[in-house]
Design a protein around this ligand. Structure first.
Ligand code: SF4
Ligand code: SF4
Length: 436
C-alpha cells in the first residue's frame, strides 16, 4: 500500500461494530457534570451559584487569556460546584446541574449575514463565545488556533481520518450531517483565505465519502482527498505530510509549514456557533468494544456521565477489563465511570482484555521494529532503556517530548515492552529534572 507518511501501522480497526446503527440516540441524563476546564489553557471561573436555575445553552463559566467558556447542556438547577473526576485522571472543579427535563433554552442569536459580508472578528467572537475547542481530542481553543493561523496558511485541512480503531463518531457525522461540516469549512476558509481547502478522509469510510462527494458540487473550492487507511494518519503532523508532502519539524506547529488542521466535528460546531448561535453543548460519541452489549453512536449532552451512556448501550460484560476514554491506542483508562463526557470525548471504549498488554518479564529483542514504525522518527528502544536507567540527558538528546504517545511502537513490539507507559514516565522525569 502507498505510504504517505513516515512509519505507521495497520491495527485491526473493528469499526463495523458501531457503524451498523445509523439512528443516533439522544441521551438525556438526570444530572450533568460540566468541568470548568475542558480545553488547553486556563480554567473557567463559575458564573453561577449553587441553587441558580440555568437554561440550556447558558454560559455558566468563563475566564481570561487562553480560555473558552462552558455552557449548560440542559436546563435545571445548579446543585453543586465542586471538584469531580475528569477523563484526564485529575479532579477538576465542575458545575453539577440537575436536569429538569424541560430543555428551556437561552435565546440563540445566529448570524444569517451572507458569508462574503461577514467580518473575521464577528466569526472568531462567535467561535469563542460558543466554547469551541478541537473536538478530535486536542481541545485547543478554536478561536485562538484560527487567529494564529490567519495570514500564515495556504492550506486548510478538515480531518476526517479517525484512524484509531473502533471510533466512528466523525464517520457518523459525515454520513448524517456532512452539509454542516462543509458549511463550517466555508466559514473558516473565509477567515483564513487559504489557497487549498481539503477534506481528508481514509478510504475505509465509503458511505461518508459518497455523501461528501454528492455535496461537493455546492462547494467547488473544497477538495476531497481520500487517503489509504493507516494509523496514525489522523495525527496532525502525519496528516499534513500525507496531504501536502510537507514535514512539520520536531517542536514546530502545522502553521510553520503553512497548514491549519481542524477536526470535522469542530467544523460542524463552528457552523452551529456562527449560523445558529448554538454553543458546544453536545457531540457525537462512539460507545464500542467487545465488552459493551450494543455498540453504537450517540448524540450526547456534554457532562453526561459515562455510566449513563454505558447503561443505554446495554451495559458492560461481566468480564470487562477496561473502559477507556478515546481509542485503544491513545485513549486513557478510566477508573470511575461517573466521569462526564467532555468536549473532546469522541469515544468510550469497553474492552474485555488488554489488547496491547505488556509481558510479565519484558525483554527487548533489539529487532528495530519500533524504530521502523515510529511516525516521529524516534528511537523507542533507546528511550525505553534510558528511562529505566534514569539517564535524563540521553532522553533529552533522543527528543522524548516529540513522542505523541501514538502506541505504534508498542503495538508492533514482539517483546511486549510497556513502551508508552515508560515514555510517559520518562517525560515526567525530564520535566522534574528541568524544574530543579
Ligand atoms: S520493537 Fe520492542 S523488542 Fe524490538 S527493538 Fe523495539 S523495543 Fe526492542
Ligand atoms: S508512541 Fe512515541 S515512540 Fe512510540 S511510535 Fe508513537 S511517537 Fe514513536
Amino acid at each position: 500500500m502507498k505510504h504517505l507518511f513516515f512509519g505507521g501501522i495497520h491495527p485491526k480497526y473493528n469499526k463495523e461494530m458501531s457503524t451498523g446503527i445509523t439512528e443516533f440516540l439522544t441521551v438525556t441524563p438526570k444530572t450533568v457534570v460540566i468541568p470548568l476546564q475542558q480545553h488547553i489553557g486556563a480554567p473557567c471561573t463559575p458564573l453561577v451559584r449553587v441553587g441558580d436555575r440555568v437554561l440550556r445553552g447558558q454560559k455558566i463559566g468563563d475566564g481570561e487569556g487562553l480560555c473558552v467558556p462552558v455552557h449548560a447542556s440542559v436546563s435545571g438547577t445548579v446543585v453543586a460546584i465542586e471538584p469531580r473526576p475528569h477523563t484526564n485522571g485529575r479532579m477538576v472543579n465542575a458545575i453539577v446541574i440537575e436536569n429538569d427535563m424541560r430543555d428551556d433554552t437561552v435565546e440563540l442569536k445566529g448570524n444569517t449575514t451572507p458569508l462574503a459580508q461577514l467580518d473575521d472578528d464577528t466569526i472568531l467572537h462567535a467561535v469563542r463565545e460558543a466554547g469551541i475547542v478541537g473536538m478530535g481530542g486536542a481541545a485547543f481553543p478554536g478561536n485562538v488556533k484560527a487567529l494564529s493561523a490567519m495570514g500564515h496558511v495556504d492550506t486548510l485541512i478538515a480531518n476526517a481520518c479517525e484512524c484509531e480503531p473502533y471510533i466512528t463518531a466523525d464517520d457518523s457525522l459525515l454520513r448524517t450531517d456532512a452539509k454542516h461540516v462543509l458549511e463550517g469549512m466555508e466559514i473558516l476558509r473565509h477567515v483564513l483565505r487559504p489557497e487549498r481547502a481539503v477534506l481528508a478522509v481514509e478510504d475505509n469510510k465509503t458511505e461518508a465519502i459518497a455523501k461528501v462527494k454528492q455535496l461537493l458540487q455546492e462547494h467547488p473550492d473544497i477538495e476531497l482527498v481520500v487517503l489509504p487507511t493507516m494509523y496514525p494518519q489522523g495525527s496532525e503532523k502525519q496528516l499534513i505530510q500525507a496531504v501536502t508532502r510537507r514535514e512539520v519539524l520536531p517542536g514546530k506547529l502545522p502553521v510553520s509549514v503553512g497548514c491549519a488542521v481542524f477536526n470535522v466535528s469542530t467544523f460542524a460546531a463552528i457552523y452551529r456557533a456562527v449560523r445558529l448561535g448554538m454553543p458546544l453543548i453536545q457531540r457525537i460519541v462512539t460507545v464500542s468494544g467487545e465488552a459493551i452489549a450494543q455498540p453504537q453512536n450517540f448524540i450526547v449532552r456534554i457532562g453526561t456521565p459515562f455510566h449513563d451512556l454505558i447503561e443505554v448501550a446495554g451495559g458492560l460484560h461481566d468480564a470487562t477489563e477496561r473502559v477507556i476514554s478515546g481509542g485503544p491506542m491513545m485513549g486513557f483508562a478510566q477508573s470511575d465511570l461517573q466521569v462526564p463526557v467532555v468536549k473532546a470525548t469522541n469515544s468510550i471504549l469497553c474492552l474485555l482484555k488488554d489488547r496491547n498488554g505488556a509481558a510479565e518479564n519484558p525483554v527487548c529483542l533489539r529487532c528495530g521494529k519500533c524504530v521502523a514504525v515510529c511516525p516521529m522518527r524516534l528511537q523507542p528502544l533507546y528511550m525505553y532503556r534510558f528511562t529505566n536507567a534514569g539517564r535524563i540527558d540521553e532522553l533529552k538528546r533522543l527528543n522524548i517530548f516529540d513522542c505523541m504517545e501514538c502506541g505504534s511502537c508498542a503495538f508492533t513490539c514482539p517483546g511486549k515492552l510497556p513502551l508508552v507507559e515508560t515514555f510517559r514516565k520518562g517525560k515526567a522525569m525530564v520535566r522534574e529534572a528541568n524544574a530543579k
